[in-house]
Design a protein around this ligand. Sequence first.
Ligand code: 13P
Ligand code: SF4
Length: 352
Amino acid sequence: PASDPQLVERARRAKEALGDRLFVLGHHYQRDEVIQFADVTGDSFKLAQQAAARPQAEYIVFCGVHFMAESADILTTGSQKVVLPDLAAGCSMADMATFDQVEEAWEALEDAGLAGSVVPVTYMNSSADIKAFCGRNGGVVCTSSNARRALTWAFEQGKKVLFLPDQHLGRNTAVLEMGLSLDDCVVWNPHRPNGGLTTEQLERARMILWRGHCSVHGRFTAESVDDVRERIPGVNVLVHPECRHEVVLKADHVGSTEHIIKTLREAPAGSAWAIGTELNLVKRLAQMFPDKSVSFLDRTVCYCSTMNRIDLPHLVWALESLALGDVVNQITVDEDTAHWARVALDRMLALA
Ligand code: 13P
Ligand code: SF4
C-alpha cells in the first residue's frame, strides 16, 4: 500500500528541520515507505563504510536492524548518536550466538589443544560483544560481500576458522569460493557438550561452523529452484549466500544485496530472474527494472519481520523527537566492547 501522505509529509518536514545534523542510513531490506528517506542505501558492508562518512552529522538514524546500528555506533565519533527507530528490530540469526556460548566454545577448543590454531571470524550479523570477542582473539568481521577475503586472510595464517554465527555463509564461501570440501567443515552445536564434536573431528576440520542460520533465507529450498525453473524456462536464479548450501549449488549467481542489485542493473533487457532474498528488496527490484522479469524464488511470502518493524510511524516518531532535541532509542556500545569490536571491524575494512 502507498505510504500515508500525512506521515510522509511529517517525515519530510522533520528531516528538513534537522538538515545536516541528520544522516539516515537504510538497508536494502527496508520497506519502501522508509527507504525513500534514506540518504544512503546499501548492504551491510557499504552501510558500515558509510556510517563514518558524515562526521558532522549529530544524529545517525539507522533504518536496519540492531547489529547494524551497533556497528554504526562503534564506527562513528563519540559525539555522534545512533538511533534505531524501533528497538525490537533485532536479527534472529545474530541471537543464535551469545557471548557466553562463544566463550564456552573457545575454552573447549583450548581444552582440545587447539589454542592458537583457530581464527574467529564473525559475520556482521552478530552482537557487538561477539565482534569484540573476535577483535580480542586475533579475528575479523566479514559481511556477505567480503567473506572470501576474510577467510583467505585467516587461512593465510595457516589456521582453522571458527565461523560465527551463519553456518550457510561460512560453508558456501569455503566450499563454493575457496575450494574446501564439505568434509573440511564441521558444525558446532552450542547446545551440546563440546559442540557435539569429537577432538578428532575438530583436529581434522578446517572450518568450524557455528550452528546458526537466517530463518528468512532458510525458507528457500532446492525444490524452490527446481520449481521456478519449471515455471519460468530460461530463468536466472540469483540468491543471497545466507541460503542453504543445496540452494546456492543449484543457483546461477550468488551475492550480497548490493551485488544482487548490481547484477540486475547490468542484466540484458528481457531477461528473467528469480531472486532468493528478502521480499521488500525483490519487489523493489521489479519496480526498478521493469524491462526485466523479476520474480521471487519461492511461492510463499518471505519478509524479514524484524527489518519490517522499522515502519513509517516509527521513523516519523524518531525524526520528530530528534527535531525537538529528544534523542529516543539511542544505540550505545560500552567503551571496552566498542574498542575491541572496532579492532575486528577495522581489520575487515582494511581487507577491502
Ligand atoms: P547484506 O550484507 O547482503 O545486505 O545482508 C545483510 C543481511 O542481513 C542479509 O540477511
Ligand atoms: Fe537477520 Fe535474516 Fe533478517 Fe538478515 S534477513 S536481518 S539475517 S533475520
